[in-house]
Structure formats: C-alpha cells, structure tokens
Design a protein around this ligand. Structure first.
Ligand code: FES
Length: 179
C-alpha cells in the first residue's frame, strides 16, 4: 500500500512537472519571439523602401508643402491608411528637409503655419520652428525627419514605418550622406 502510494505520488509529481513545463513553454515562445523580433527588426531594412514624393519643382524654394506617399509596409486590407502625409521643406536648390507629420510628443498630426513660420500641434500646444527643431511645449525633441535624396529631378524618401520616440525613430531621423 505504501509503495503504491509513493508510486502514485511520484506519478502525480511527474505529471505536474510535465504540465508546468508545457505551460512555461507555451508562455515563453511568444515572449521570446517578441524579444527576438525587436532585435532582428532593428537589423533588417526589408520593411523600408524608397518612395517618391514627386518632382522637385512641385516644391518651391523657401516653402514648406504637404506631400503624401504610399506606405510600403502595409497589408492588402489596409485601404486608405496606406496614404501617409509628410511635410516637405525645400530650403534651396536640392536641399530639402522632409518631416514626419506626427508630433514628437504623442504623435498628433502637426500643421504648418507659414505666417508664423511654425509647425503647431493641436493636441497639447507643441510648436516647432521651420527647420523642425523644437520651439515650445511638451515635445522633448524636434520633428522626426525622413532620410531623403534627390535624383533625376525627383525627391524620394525612405519610408516604411511610422516615426516614434523608440529605436525606429533613430533610424527615421538618421540622415543619409546623400541627403
Ligand atoms: S501630441 Fe503634440 S504636443 Fe502632445
């Protein structure tokens, strides 16, 4: 009887360990996948693509204009959300700045006011100078910029993910040598 009790206890112990192991594995797989995806995502540029904004003569020197492009990192079901806006500032000649439309605070779309020479955020009053640097309000930094290049009279930006204050923003804000 004692032997049978011990063996039954041992069996339940082994079943318990097996069950805990299965639960731990089931929980660990998505967590490990999430952690690894953030690492591999930072190394891969597969989701980034160069997309055209239009001929440079659409953007007069000294002015800032709104432009839209199709986000290359979308699903077929995304519909109109693939259309993304950005602010294009043509400083002079082929010298441009292309700003994300999203405020660097919490992402509300900023508007350009040529009269005051400021980008203004309607959500919490954030303001940015014409060169995208922070002027006032809660944002801790200037507007995010897209890497861009001018080739054959066409301005093109590197797009594919929304700028955020995370690591991806560092990528978006990084200027390329050709910019
Ligand atoms: S989201 Fe623009 S100031 Fe807060």
């Amino acid at each position: 009887m004692a032997d049978e009790s011990i063996s039954r206890r041992g069996l339940f112990m082994k079943l318990g360990i097996l069950f805990n192991g299965l639960v731990a594995t089931a929980l660990a797989v998505p967590i490990v996948g999430f952690v690894l995806s953030s690492i591999t995502r930072g190394r891969s540029n597969a989701y980034l693509a160069w997309v055209p904004l239009g001929p440079v003569n659409q953007f007069p020197e000294g002015e800032t204009r709104l432009a839209t492009f199709k986000n290359p990192n979308v699903m077929p079901t995304d519909g109109k959300t693939v259309d993304t806006s950005c602010w294009v500032r043509r400083v002079e000649g082929d010298q441009f700045q292309v700003f994300a439309i999203n405020c660097a605070h919490l992402g509300c779309p900023v508007r350009w006011f040529p009269q005051s020479g400021l980008f203004m955020c309607p959500c919490h009053g954030g303001a940015y100078y014409r060169d995208g640097s922070r002027a006032s309000g809660p944002p801790e930094r200037g507007l995010f910029e897209y890497p861009h290049k001018v080739e054959n009279g066409l301005i093109t930006i590197q797009a594919g993910e929304l700028p955020t204050p995370g690591a991806s923003a560092a990528l978006i804000g990084k200027k390329l040598p050709c910019a």
